[in-house]
Design a protein around this ligand. Structure first.
Ligand code: TYD
Ligand code: ZN
Length: 412
């Protein structure tokens, strides 16, 4: 049902509100990347996936917004299914706790998923999760985390402030990019954050996306692709500033951004200015930079489809490895379906037994992969490349090969 009223096109920038959006990459009209379906015949909604850059503030974002109700109320992504992420959030919790928090302080997490971060804070910290996905929030509750099942915004922030008081830290991981109304988010943060509190955000970093050709991380859920420059522009409108930024390898390249009120006297780290300069040196203020990125995506598509067509004969079996959302963008954009990949293997129980959105490739459990190993496995979860290559040493020792699609098409 392309073009139904569950999606709408922006005319103005989500950060600066200027009507200066420049389209540079069209990934087609495709179903939501986490929309796994129960039957291959399902009537799947599909929406335009086009990327624009604002010529005023250079914020990279989707042209269209898909209604959050349809994307996030029932969610198949459970953070704790990926063991490397549990470790990532464990060290995240202890860092934030030792750097910013005292006993009895209050932490709110926006988009708490199954509680992977909050549950790793110490027992003396008060915690509250907010997440709109009923099924995921239920899992968080079962794990003992108090959770509000709502989209975060100014009203929810008012309510939390009334019921619990202001927060000493607000965390938001892999969720700020999902929010259409960034000014609503910041208004809520402004209400909820204590005067010397910290707002800590983790988002995929635009610089890694561009440098490593990660076009498959672009999907309807990810509305914004942040640079440091765009982040600064956003928070300055709310009298806040970036006090620190950490770059991390998780999710193929992430920034952890620390935001405080301008009145707080913790002096900003040099990394904020250094990354701002690096972004300018990389041409993030020029449309041609984004045009080149789009050309790179087309080149990757040609290479992958040429390779798979060459391998795909009657004797050779090829499967997908990992069913991340990004894998579904790659498969749809490259038009790779069940004729090419027999199945996709994934560790997430909720995805097993379903069919991938759009291309409708069956998703199977790891036991199937072990029982009948294929000749080739297309590594759709390329962000876990090292962990997966280590884990599948038996498959590789027996002659199985991984096809790596990103950053460069390669066989190992
Ligand atoms: P991830 O890259 O975390 O997310 P996104 O959906 O945002 O692109 O998804 C990784 C997927 O890969 C997830 O469905 C779990 C799966 N996976 C495996 O099947 N095996 C593994 O060893 C690992 C690490 C992940
Ligand atoms: Zn803008």
């Amino acid at each position: 049902m392309p073009g139904d009223d569950l999606s709408w096109r922006r005319t103005d920038c989500r950060v600066c509100h200027e009507e200066t959006l420049y389209p540079f990459l069209d990934l087609g009209t495709i179903p939501p990347a986490n929309g796994f379906v129960d039957t291959p015949e399902a009537d799947e909604p599909a929406y335009p996936l086009e990327v624009v850059v604002c010529e005023t503030c250079n914020h990279v974002q989707l042209h269209d917004t898909v209604d959050g109700e349809s994307l996030f109320r029932e969610y198949h992504y459970f953070s704790s299914a990926s063991s490397p992420l549990i470790a990532h959030f464990g060290s995240y919790a202890s860092t934030i706790e030792s750097q910013y928090l005292d006993d009895d302080d209050f932490v709110v997490e926006i988009g708490c998923n199954d509680g992977i971060l909050l549950n790793q804070f110490g027992p003396s910290i008060r915690k509250l999760g907010v997440d709109p996905a009923e099924n995921v929030a239920e899992t968080a509750r079962e794990r003992g985390l108090e959770t509000i099942t709502e989209f975060f915004g100014p009203d929810v922030a008012d309510r939390i402030r009334e019921d619990y008081g202001q927060a000493n830290a607000i965390c938001a991981n892999n969720v700020v990019g999902h929010i259409d109304d960034l000014h609503g988010l910041m208004t809520g943060v402004d209400t909820l954050l204590s005067s010397d509190g910290v707002f800590v955000v983790e988002v995929p970093y635009l610089l890694d996306l561009i440098s490593n050709h990660q076009f498959d991380t672009i999907y309807h859920e990810h509305i914004s692709y942040f640079s440091i420059r765009a982040f600064r522009r956003l928070v300055e409108q709310f009298d806040m500033q970036l006090s620190d930024v950490n770059r991390m390898a998780v999710h193929g390249g992430t920034i952890r951004v620390h935001i405080q009120r301008e009145s707080v006297d913790r002096s900003p780290s040099r990394t904020v200015e250094d990354l701002t300069s690096l972004e300018l040196a990389m041409g993030f203020d020029r449309p041609e930079t984004y045009d080149e990125f789009a050309t790179g995506a087309e080149r990757t598509r040609t290479r992958i489809t040429t390779l798979l067509n060459r391998l795909n004969d009657d004797e050779t079996t090829i499967v997908g490895y990992g069913a991340p959302a990004k894998g579904n963008i790659l498969l749809n954009y490259c038009d790779i379906g069940p004729d090419t990949l027999d199945y996709i293997v994934d560790t997430t129980p909720a995805k097993q037994g379903t069919y991938s959105p759009g291309m409708n490739i069956p998703v199977r459990e790891p036991a199937v992969f072990r029982a009948e190993p294929p000749d080739y496995a297309l590594l759709l979860a390329w962000n876990y490349r090292d962990a997966i290559l280590d884990k599948e040493v038996t498959f590789r020792d027996n002659g199985g090969r991984f096809i790596i699609p990103i950053p460069y098409v390669d066989i190992v």
